[in-house]
Design a binder for this molecule. Structure first.
Ligand code: SUG
Length: 418
């Protein structure tokens, strides 16, 4: 059995739009009411997956959810045609694209029963995201139905859980036991802290993690106040490397000491605030990157194009790869449509370390399958959605048909109603 890391990217759904629904997410707030381009957004995501394939990585997908979510609206006593503009926007969001918020994953080498454990995230802090989990759970149950996996339901409210975006795993190699790091927030500033410590602790217990190899680390209130609504906006880890902003954590010395004690070979690359301020880190999303191990050796940092525009951040990165460190390559990708809602390359993917042979192959893609997905998107995804269109879209049958066409193409029709 070969355990490898697979990136499962959320395919951007046909209802992608900018409704300004996420307090504390500066890009989403800034772009509220802007015209959106769902077809271009989905194509950008597909292009990013092609980059991963070119890097020699195994690639998977998660599918868009039915939107607007008529079931959620029914539970609120209304319908897509009758909902208030706010409820309609919350029901129609394509936010399931940010697969880093789909679940928390503990690979088999870390768990007591030797199975890969997944907990679907409840996302209770934001109304538009709080109704994602049933459709996500259904997909996880299908994709990871093999006995190699255990798929858990959500942690019950009110304990907020936003999944892998607040979880890092450091290990000598993906297939070896690792240290799992759960980053939680405590509300102290203008914006909500979305990940609750109690939720992270519940997940660690449910996944059967060894307490001696599990760390709970508090996100710095300054980072949340600067717009780092998830830890993956200011830190990223891969195998033995942690790349983090100096101000990402409330007590970094205690965290780094705990990590070094558990994994002496860990390499901590800290970006000093003097080189890149928190504001520049949030503006460039340089940490919201996929830090991946290339099969040929060395690591690549797949980051958003926007990082080029923040001078000091880019200069710092160029110096980093020019040095002798583990990160050898920076690969900018254009995910502009997602970025305008605060979702960079890291947000768009869920990492699962497992044997690809144990995954339902319908959720795995190669270049040919991406061509087929792109053809469906080109034919069915709306080119643009203006803020004034929302009032007349109601149940948005064209979006439902677009999604159905994709599910038919991938032989996943059992997901049509869920
Ligand atoms: O939850 N944006 C998402 C972005 C999630 C990014 N994920 C990670 N950092 N892992 C959020 O804030 C905006 C939707 C809108 O306003 O229309 C939104 O939900």
């Amino acid at each position: 059995m070969t355990l490898v890391e697979i990136n499962f990217d959320g395919i951007v759904g046909p209802t992608h739009n900018y409704a300004g629904l996420s307090l504390g997410n500066l890009a989403a707030t800034r772009n509220a009411g802007r015209e959106s381009f769902p077809r271009a957004a989905a194509m950008e995501g597909i292009a990013k997956m092609r980059v991963n394939l070119r890097l020699g990585l195994v690639q998977g997908v998660l599918l868009p959810h039915p939107r607007p979510d008529a079931r959620w609206l029914a539970a609120l006593g209304t319908t897509p045609a009758g909902a208030t503009p706010t409820l309609w926007a919350q029901a129609a969001s394509a936010s399931a694209m940010w697969a880093a918020n789909a679940a928390t994953v503990s690979p088999a080498p870390d768990t007591a029963d030797g199975r890969c454990q997944l907990s679907v995230a409840n996302l209770v802090t934001m109304p538009h995201r709080s109704h994602e989990w049933p459709a996500t759970l259904r997909q996880l149950q299908l994709a990871f139905g093999d006995p190699a996996f255990v798929v858990h339901g959500p942690v019950p409210p009110p304990f907020g859980d936003e999944g892998a975006a607040n979880h890092m795993r450091l290990c000598p190699a993906h297939d070896r036991p690792g240290v799992e790091v759960f980053v939680f927030g405590e509300s102290a500033g203008p914006f909500p802290a979305r990940q609750h410590r109690s939720a992270s602790e519940a997940i660690a217990r449910r996944h059967g993690l060894d307490p001696a190899r599990t760390l709970f680390v508090r996100q710095s209130p300054a980072a949340i106040a600067a717009g780092a609504f998830h830890n993956d906006v200011v830190a990223v880890a891969n195998e033995g490397v942690l790349l983090a902003h100096e101000q990402a954590f409330a007590d970094k010395e205690a965290f780094y000491a705990g990590l070094r004690e558990r994994l002496p070979s860990v390499q901590i690359i800290e970006v000093p605030a003097a080189a890149v301020s928190l504001a520049e880190a949030v503006a460039s999303y340089l940490f919201n990157a996929q830090l991946v191990t290339r099969p040929a050796g060395g690591m690549a940092l797949v980051l958003p194009d926007e990082a080029r525009g923040v001078g000091r951040a880019w200069a710092w990165l160029e110096a980093l790869v020019a040095g002798n460190g583990p990160i050898r390559e920076i690969v900018p990708v254009d995910v502009r449509q997602s970025m305008a809602n605060g979702g960079g390359p890291a947000c768009l993917r869920l990492r699962v370390v497992c044997d690809p042979a144990t995954v339902d192959p319908r959720f795995l893609v190669d270049a040919g399958k991406l061509d087929r997905i792109a053809a469906v998107v080109a034919k069915h995804w709306p080119e643009r959605v203006g803020p004034d269109d929302h009032a007349t879209l109601g149940a948005w049958p064209a979006a439902a048909q677009a999604r159905q066409a994709l599910l038919e193409e991938l032989a996943l029709v059992e997901l049509i109603d869920s």
